[in-house]
Design a protein around this ligand. Sequence first.
Ligand code: ACO
Length: 427
Amino acid sequence: MQDYVTLTYRGESFQLPVIVGSENERAIDILRLRKETGFITYDPGYANSGACMSSITYMNGEQGILRYRGIPVEELAEKSTFKETAYLLINGQLPKADELRNFSIMLNDHSLVHEDMKAFYQNFPRASHPMGILSAMVNALRSFYPELQTTEEEINFTVTRLLAKVRTMAAMSYKISRGHTLVYPRPDLAYCENFLNMMFDTPVRPYQLTKEVVRALEVFWILHADHEQNCSTTAVRVVGSGRVNLYAAISAGMSALWGPLHGGANQAVVEMLTAIHQDGGNFRGAVARAKDRNDPFRLMGFGHRVYKTYDPRARIMKRVCDDLLAALNLKDPLLDIAKELEEVALKDPYFIDHNLYPNVDFYSGIVLRAIGIPTNMFTVMFAIGRLPGWISQWKESMDDPHWRISRPRQIYTGPNETHYVPMQDRT
Ligand code: ACO
């Protein structure tokens, strides 16, 4: 039976249909609101607005649940690989053995980037941030691979090519920023191993892959693979709604991810922990600053728009962090500070009242440091992980029967009609 809510204004009532999702999430359908009532809604930051229906990711911020295509992220982090999770997100189900084999072959076959792209890379100023380079180069892929992306076959081809190349392009930006010789992808290595080898192998010191590092990277990427309608995914959908090519939409997502309130938080966390370390480990001072309304400082890696409890990804990341440091026999003073900071914050009434808990970025930077990833590459690592999510959301939006170009309204608060004043009459 169709339910409705009733909107009443000055004695007149309007019936608005209720939509219920598969996990009983409820929404008020306001599709006809403006037409029938003249009203629009006001929701800065879209905190209460559903912009699409999606069957990809379910998250419940009150209960700390995250599932990709119905599968809990905890199970995927324990049992799956990033490649398999990417397939799951993009295609809607786990691959059968032959499907995974074909996917791997495609990823290998397309992992090289056009040699002419090197010229672009080499002309970025040395101090360029790798995120800026990566988003620009992903957009540039369209010029190198201008094939149509219309039929399902063409789209699948472009999607796999992008997944394969982004990993190579990210490692290239690192090597070029160091002035090192490029390392090409190897067909005998799997997705994560290949990336690590392209990043760290040098002609004088061959990179030794270790299973603990590979597993930590797999889990890091699985945990970042999708997170429903966050800032960067929304950017992908909004830009994609104008029917741009996949590369342009993903490049927009990468730009959105770069911000310190979003994917840039992993870099910001390590910078914050380093500053606390250099300040003699004064984590209590940081907590006090975060609570001070007159100080713009925030505890990076804390808080989330949706999670009002512990981010399930942060819980897994914390364990990965402990295991990796133990396996590598590493001691990182930033991990000690992070744990102390977390303990103090979780007992503090300000953080309790505001429902502020560690998010995925709080421990991920320490994991990346242990792997050997430089701080300015952290958000690039996040971007590689989020790519399957962006791609699956873009694909879903392309097939959406309710598709419309994104075009929000506004409440205008500027001057009423006024007239042009010639220069000599302006006082
Ligand atoms: N430290 C201190 N106070 C905080 C923090 C924080 N990290 N986060 C939120 N608050 C406070 C705000 O000051 C505000 O307080 P008030 O109501 O007393 O004014 C209240 O909590 C609500 O904060 P908003 O900014 O309105 O919450 P919003 O949902 O818009 O923002 C965000 C969420 C951006 C993640 C925020 O918590 C934040 O800035 N966190 C730090 C950056 C970070 O870790 N980002 C990564 C998010 S996860 C991801 O993108 C992968």
